[in-house]
Design a protein. Structure first.
Length: 85
């Protein structure tokens, strides 16, 4: 009877140990999944930032040309010296 009890305790201990190992594996699998998801999101964000930087670098600045057209038309001679005093 004592031998059967020891075997039952060994089996229970082994099953508890097995459960602990599987829980640890599940936690590691979940951490890996989260890490992969964050890596994909980071990669997409980096590619989007690089694409935006290239777009800003290659597009011409139309506002600069627009401002240059009006610089010659409005000189400081528009105001009288008497009005400023």
């Amino acid at each position: 009877m004592n031998i059967n009890r020891n075997k039952i305790e060994e089996v229970l201990a082994a099953s508890k140990l097995n459960d602990l190992i599987h829980k640890k594996e599940e936690e590691e699998k979940q951490c890996k999944t989260i890490l992969i998801i964050l890596a994909v999101i980071g990669t997409i964000a980096a590619v989007a930032a690089i694409a935006y930087a290239v777009y800003c670098f290659l597009t011409p600045d139309y506002l600069e040309d627009f401002e240059e057209d009006f610089e010659d038309d409005f000189d400081d001679d528009f105001f009288n010296e008497d009005d400023q005093a």
